[in-house]
Structures are given as C-alpha cells and as structure tokens.
Design a binder for this molecule. Structure first.
Ligand code: 0RA
Length: 649
C-alpha cells in the first residue's frame, strides 16, 4: 500500500466512525434516555451490563466499580476480556471495533441472554462517544492490551503494554463523562450502590464492589442466597409469616427464578426482572406468575378443605397478593419490551413457561410444607373479608358523590378549562398556603386542593379505613381516576399532579405520606410521569430593588458570590455583601400570592421534580421503612440518610 492509499482508506474508515459517534453525541437521549444525572449513571450500567453478561456466560465472578478522585469511573471485571484479534471486515482490532462502532457487540455472537430494547444494551461504544476520554485495558491470552480515546475517537492503534499475570483475564474500562453533553458529571455513590446491590441479588455468583475514592466510601455486595436474600431484604421491615418460598426451573430456553413470602402487611411488593432489567410495567412473566399463584393456592385450599364453606368466601387474585413480597427473574433470548417506559415484557410464550413452572413447583412445596400452606390460606381469607368491607366503603363514597353537586370536593378550586393534558392540580399543605396558591395561580389550567394537616398513613391502615379518610376522599374525587383495582390513570382530570409542601420536616413528612398514598393506590400516575414535587425557594435575597430567590444553600452561595463581585468586595464581617438582606422562608404561607406564582407555580420560571420509579424496589422499601411499623429500620434509615434533605424517589 502506498502512503496515499493508506491515507485514503484510513480517511474513509474514519468518516464512517465519526458519523456514528456524531449521531450519538448529537442525540444522546436517544441512546441513554436523558442527559441528567440519570443518563449519566446509565453510562456505568451500560459497561457493567457487559461484565454481567460475561458472568451469565459463566466466565466472570467479579465487578469492581470505582469513582476516581478526578471524577472518572473505572469498571473492572474478570471476564474473558474483549476480543483483540483483527476483525476481518473492519481490518482492525476487535477491541477497537467494540469500543467505537455502534451495536458492534452483536457482531460477536456471545450467545448469552443479551439485553435488547429498553434503554440498555446500546453498547460500550455509546459510553465512549459520550466521554471526554476513555481508556481500556484488556487482559487476554497472556498480554495486556491498551487503547485510549477522546470523544470516542482512538488516539492510537491497540497496543500491548505488558504481560498479564498468570491466568488473568478481564476488562478494565475508565471513562470521564463529557461535561459538554451532561448537565451534571458528578457520580453518586448511593445511586451506583443501589443498582449494584440489585444486580448482586439477581446474579448470586458475582461479587460486586463499589468504591468512592473521593468520599472514602466502599461497599461489597455478594449474596450467595440470591433472590431468597433479596426478598428477605425487601421484606425486612414487615413481619413475615414464613421462610421465603424459592422456585427455580427452565423451559424453552427460558430460565425462571422466583422467591416470595407473605407478611402481615396489606400492600404487595412484586418486583419483576427480565435479563436483569426491572420490568416496572410487568408483562407476560408477571401474568404467568399471578395466574399460577391464584390457581395453585385455590386448588390447594379446596383439596385440603381450608376454605370455610359457610362464610361464602371466594378467594381472588387480589387476596393472594395482599402482603405478598416477591421477586421474579427470567432470562429471555429475544425479549420484546413494550409499554410507556418500555419496561413491560411482551413475549407471549413466557406466560405459560412461568405458569407451568410455578404451578408444578408450588404444588410440590405445599405438599411438603402444609403448615405454611395453611397459614397463607388463612391470611388470604382475612384479605377477602377486608376486601368485602372495602367494597362497601367504596359504594358509600360513590353514592355520596352522586349527591354532591359537582361530584367534586368543596375545597377544591378547580381550573376552568377541561383538557386533562393541559391541566394541573396543586395539592397544597395547609389552608393558608392553599389560599395564596388560589390567588396566585393561573385559574385557567391550575387547580388547587388544600389539605388540612397530616393525611392518614396508608401504610398502617386497612383499605376501608383509608377510604374513610376525608383528605384522601377529597384527593380521589378531585383526581377523578378511581382507586385501587378500579383505578384508571386515563381518567385523571389533570396531566400533572403537583405536591406542594413546606421545605421543613413536617412538609417532608406530609410529602412522603402523599407519595405513599399515590404509590400504593394510584401507582400508574407515577409510571406515566404525572406526579411532580413543587420546589419552593428557601431564601429571598434582596439588594436594593433587586430580588432574587435561591432554592437551596448552594444556590444562595452562588447568588451572594455574584453580588459580592458586583458590589466590588464590599462585604460585612460575615462575608455578606453590604446592603443585602437574606430572608429564609419557613413555609409556603409566608409568601404572598405573587411570590408563590413567580417562584413555584409559573410554568415559565418554576422547577418541578418529576417523581419516577426508577428503582421501584428501593422506593417500596423506603416507604415501608419510613411509614411502616418497625421502629429500628426507620431509626437506622434516618441516621444514615439524615444528611440528605430530600427523599430521592
Ligand atoms: C465482545 C465479545 C465478547 C466479550 C465482550 C465483547 C466483552 C465486553 C465487555 C465490556 C466490559 N467487559 C466486557 N467483557 C467482555 C466475547 C468474548 C469471547 O468470545 O471470548
């Protein structure tokens, strides 16, 4: 090859590569969801998924994730190492291809349960493209191979930089997320640890370590008991009725693993996974499980004469789910993901696979453990009785509503237009803040529902008591989408449900109570992204005629810094620029209607936090920990998280 020819080929290759990388950098959200903290952390998941794939294929037992002092992240595994031989089509090291070509992973038929659809499985090349720089080191075939990149572009060919330790294989990727792409580039130990804990439960052969070199935090996750330990962890704050029931089996190349237990609680918590991805919206695997559960328990109850005939109780699926905590994990070769957030499994064949396995294994279990069987059936009968009481309570509400002139609660100040998509309701703590909100709002599309004091803690109450509570009744009627089994998010009268509470301890308690209620009884509102938390400012800074609001301490510092500069370093003994008055809002009620509108309600200028169920398991645990009966876990949680002002769900 002449120098010129080589130059030409190199250029053609490069153009192809640059086009791919450019596409990712131009529309990062298409590949990783968004460019917020969530998308940022997704980069780590993307690399770790590959390490877990190696574990599923039986070649890897270790994943180490480290936040480095410079803010970059290293993911290291003991898998086979990314292949390094020369790729026949691309004529360069396979390592370079995997790291730089979109979806190149698929070209190396790895024959594992690869993840496709959803947001996962886009490949390490996407992480590379979105990194200011990236370095990869592969231990394979006795050598250490190395390459580095800037914004996805290789800085030199793959080279051997040394000999691997005897028998050592694996991959070590270090990357610095690109600040030009991400709104924030700060990785959070807790966020990473939460996902790694989940992965370690789901993959019991892997040890996962998370380390933050900057903050000095470190945690190791290794759960030999897998899903059994996961269920115990999720259910830690409840009183379980028996040891977890564990079911494992495989049919049609689809491995199924399930662990579940019942507690004396009223809510259920079923977490389902496909190829390690949390299927928040459920799907065929979940349907298969529920169907088998209801049928098997009903058959068992009938056969052993456990249902009291005289009571005329028929046990339904709902009854078998009350107090149930379960984790379902299936591996599917070609998963189809559907639904709003692409987290619903669509493969129809999976339903019967799960149904058959659960049917067989659960019947066996019940034959061998009749005492547990009896306990569960008795628990479900109590659930059926409560369900009947709840139906009566619901009927009562419905009849009352029918008599109400508008069917709407009296204290609701409704909006004037009638188009749910553009309407929002502010659920406001207290009558006085409610009053300001009513005056300050844009009444065309903003409705206000003031709530008096604390609402009922639904975590501790039976459903019929929940439905008798006045504040809760007002919310159900205002939202207009029903409740529980009859809940239909499509009927919601508002596109945004915004919780507005004071920025103090009471306010955060009320917010948690409201979120718990919505999470337990109107969960799809959260799934559809309709629930928000308003962000009222904590401070007002006044300098002459200029008034600026600051939402937290760090923002206050920024505002003061700016004023310090503009006032040419005239500061008082506390470092505060002269002539500046800082007032701290103790509650929403201290703001006048105009201020409330300007800072918290005007869609043009406000910030609202969307509530999501990224980690439904964690959310459920937080609710149960904060709102449930057990005191010790609550104390531990509060001690551990006391430094965080907000509940991050
Ligand atoms: C392509 C093919 C094979 C493994 C990998 C990629 C791989 C990627 C990453 C990313 C982080 N850790 C990784 N480990 C492996 C198959 C390897 C083979 O067939 O030997």
């Amino acid at each position: 090859m002449t120098k010129q020819q080589a130059q030409k080929e190199y250029t053609a290759d490069n153009i192809k590569l640059l086009k791919g990388l450019e596409a990712v950098r131009k529309r990062p959200a298409m590949y990783i969801g968004d460019v917020s903290s969530r998308g940022l952390h997704h980069l780590i998941n993307e690399v770790v998924d590959n390490s877990i794939d190696e574990a599923l294929a039986g070649y890897n037992d270790t994943v180490n994730v480290t936040i480095n002092k410079d803010g970059s992240v290293t993911v290291e595994d003991h898998g086979r190492g990314i292949p390094v031989d020369i790729h026949p089509e691309e004529k360069k090291s396979a390592l370079e291809v995997v790291m730089t070509v979109l979806h190149a992973g698929g070209k190396f038929d790895k024959n594992t349960y690869k993840v496709s659809g959803g947001l996962h499985g886009v490949g390490v090349s996407v992480v590379n493209a979105l990194s200011e720089w990236m370095k990869v080191e592969v231990n394979r075939e006795g050598n250490v191979y190395y390459q580095e990149y800037k914004k996805g572009v290789p800085q030199a060919a793959v080279k051997i930089i040394g000999k691997a330790k005897k028998g050592k294989t694996g991959t070590r990727v270090t990357f610095m997320p690109d600040a030009e792409i991400f709104r924030t580039t700060k990785f959070k130990f807790e966020t990473i640890a939460e996902r790694m804990r989940e992965l370690a439960y789901l993959n019991k052969t892997v040890t996962i370590r998370v380390k933050d070199e900057e903050e000095g935090e470190e945690e190791e996750f290794r759960f030999k008991g897998g899903l059994i330990e996961f269920v115990k962890y999720l259910d830690e704050t409840r009183n379980s009725l028996h040891k977890p029931i564990y079911i494992e089996g495989e049919k049609e190349n689809t491995p199924v693993e399930i662990a579940f237990e019942y507690s004396d609680a009223y809510s259920d918590n079923i977490c389902s996974y496909v190829n390690n991805i949390n299927t928040h919206e459920g799907g065929t695997h979940l349907v298969g499980f529920r169907t088998a559960l209801t049928r098997t328990f009903n058959n068992y109850a009938a056969k052993n004469k456990l249902v009291k005939e005289n009571k005329k109780i028929t046990l339904t699926g709902d009854d078998f789910r009350e107090g149930l905590t379960a984790v379902i994990s299936v591996k599917v070769m070609e998963p189809q993901f559907e639904g709003q957030t692409k987290t619903k499994l669509g493969n129809s064949e999976v339903k019967s696979v799960v149904e058959t396995i659960v049917g067989e294994k659960l019947s066996e279990y019940l034959e061998e453990n009749p005492a547990v069987g009896k306990k569960i059936i008795e628990k479900c009968m109590r659930a059926a009785e409560a369900r009947e009481a709840a139906r009566k309570a619901r009927d009562l509400i419905r009849r009352k509503n029918a008599l109400d002139s508008m069917h709407l609660p009296g204290k609701l100040a409704d909006c004037s237009i009638n188009d749910p998509e553009h309407c929002e309701i502010y659920i406001v703590e207290g009558d006085s803040a409610g009053g300001s909100a009513k005056q300050g709002r844009d009444r065309r599309f903003q409705a206000i529902l003031p709530l008096r004091g604390k609402i009922l803690n639904v975590e501790k109450a039976k459903i019929n008591k929940v439905l008798e509570n006045n504040e809760i009744k007002a919310m159900i009627a205002a939202i207009g989408a029903g409740i529980g089994a009859e809940f239909d998010p499509e009927k919601s009268r508002y596109g945004k449900i915004i919780i507005m509470t004071d920025a103090d301890v009471d306010g955060s308690h009320i917010r948690t109570l409201l979120l718990t209620f919505i999470y337990r009884h109107m969960k799809d509102l959260i799934n559809q992204g309709k629930v928000y938390i308003a962000q009222p400012p904590l401070y007002k800074v006044k300098k002459g005629r200029e008034e600026v609001y600051a939402f937290d301490d760090s923002e206050l510092e920024k505002v003061l810094e700016r004023m310090r500069k503009s006032s040419k370093a005239e500061v008082d003994e506390e470092g505060k620029p002269k002539g500046v008055v800082i007032s701290r809002y103790k509650g929403l009620g201290e703001m006048n209607p105009e201020q409330l509108w300007e800072t918290t309600m005007n869609p043009e200028t406000r910030t609202v936090l969307q509530v999501n169920l990224e980690s439904a398991a964690a959310a459920d645990k937080i609710f149960e920990t904060l709102m449930g009966d057990a005191v010790e876990p609550r104390r531990e949680f509060i001690e551990k998280h006391a430094k965080y002002a907000n509940l991050d769900i």
